[in-house]
Every structure is written in C-alpha cells, then in structure tokens.
Design a binder for this molecule. Structure first.
Ligand SMILES: CCCCCCCC/C=C\CCCCCCCC(=O)SCCNC(=O)CCNC(=O)[C@H](O)C(C)(C)COP(=O)(O)OP(=O)(O)OC[C@H]1O[C@@H](n2cnc3c(N)ncnc32)[C@H](O)[C@@H]1OP(=O)(O)O
Length: 161
C-alpha cells in the first residue's frame, strides 16, 4: 500500500483493496476481488473499475520496482472476457522499459487463478514526476497528513524535503 486513502490500495471501505507483491522475475502480482459494489451490468464488473484495478497494479509495479514517484500518463485496456461478481482477478504486471521520464508497464488479469483464462490486458505509460507535482496540484492538508504518517524518505522520493 502506498497511501492509506488511495482508492486502489488503501483502507477506505469504498476502495478496491488491491494488494500487490513483488514475485519472481520482477513480476508484480496483485489480486482484485469483484464485489456487488463493482457492477456495471447485473452480476458483472464495470470496465472502468477494472481499469482502475490495473492502474493501481501497474502503478504498484512502477513504484515498487523503480522506487520513484510517477503518475499515469496513458492507460489502455483490452476487456477480453466478462468478469463476474465474486470472482478474483489475478493480475501479473511487469516493467517493459524506461526512456527518460517515461516508464512503460503491462499486465494481464487471469480469472479465478494465476493460470486462469485472461480476462483483461492493460498497458500503461507512467511519467516520472518530482514531489512538487503533488505539492503544486494536491491538497495541502492531505499532504500534511501524508507527511506526518510517512516521516522517512523512501528511495529517492524524499517526501520531507
Ligand atoms: C521512492 C518512492 C516510491 C515508493 C513507492 C512504493 C510503493 C508504491 C506503490 C504504488 C505507487 C502508486 C500507485 C498509484 C496508481 C495510480 C496512479 C494514478 O492514477 S496517477 C493519477 C492519474 N494521472 C495524472 O493525474 C497525471 C496527470 N498528467 C500530468 O500531470 C502530466 O500530463 C504528466 C506529469 C503525465 C506529464 O506532464 P509533464 O509536463 O511533466 O511532461 P510531458 O513533457 O508532457 O511528458 C513527458 C513525456 O511523456 C510523454 N507523455 C505524457 N503523456 C502522454 C500520453 N498520454 N501519451 C503518450 N505520451 C505521453 C510526453 O510526450 C513526453 O515524452 P517525450 O519526453 O517528449 O518523449
């Protein structure tokens, strides 16, 4: 988890509660269980929420493997199979390349098991940013709270400059 109030990985009741772990060959594994709160059609996941889960899983891949702050510039998804309420998507993500500030990552979501059928594929471009991205555009009160609860710099992202 990178931020308690993150909709993707944080502790909010309404959030997706995605958990990510770094595995072998620098693959990052995340799981997303679809609940009734995530429906688009009766009994089926909303595509936008699936895209959100992939944004988070890919962001966690960039954050955990590169230890640099970056934001999503572009996110592309292929929905290849419906994802029913009650099912879990097993997402495997990887870094595909870095070119200057641009970071490319991709992932597949397998239905029901790590080796289940692929239901969603996603690719994203993240752009590395400085902490001023958050101080300039974010909410100062939320940033203060974040600073208080994360008082040590991690990697080269010094959150208390
Ligand atoms: C050490 C610490 C870390 C530890 C962490 C541990 C664990 C961490 C775990 C987890 C991490 C987080 C997980 C979060 C997951 C969710 C992430 C989100 O949802 S982020 C919110 C949504 N995204 C935005 O709000 C961005 C809004 N956009 C912007 O702010 C700007 O547009 C930005 C920063 C993306 C780019 O703006 P510019 O002015 O800085 O840079 P320019 O020059 O425009 O772009 C740089 C390069 O990128 C290309 N680029 C930018 N956007 C592009 C696009 N949409 N398509 C193609 N290329 C694009 C450009 O063409 C340029 O390429 P050329 O260098 O010229 O080759």
């Amino acid at each position: 988890m990178h931020y308690e109030e993150c909709f993707g990985c944080g502790e909010l009741d309404s959030g997706l509660h995605l958990k990510s772990t770094v595995g072998e060959q620098a693959h990052v594994h995340s799981q997303f269980t679809v609940t009734e709160a995530h429906q688009g059609a009766p009994g089926l996941a909303h595509g936008g929420l699936l895209a959100c889960a992939f944004d988070e899983a890919l962001g966690a891949t960039v954050g955990n493997l590169l230890r640099k702050p970056a934001v999503t510039g572009k996110l592309e998804t292929d929905f290849v199979r419906p994802v029913p309420v009650g099912s879990t998507l097993f997402i495997t993500a990887r870094l595909d390349g870095v070119a200057g500030r641009k970071i490319y990552a991709s992932a597949e979501g397998h239905l029901g098991a790590e080796d289940g059928p692929v239901a969603v594929r996603a690719r994203a471009l993240f752009v590395e940013v400085g902490f001023e991205h958050f101080t300039t555009h974010g909410d100062p009160n939320a940033l203060d709270k974040f600073r208080r609860t994360h008082d040590r710099p991690r990697g080269d992202w010094d959150i208390n400059p």
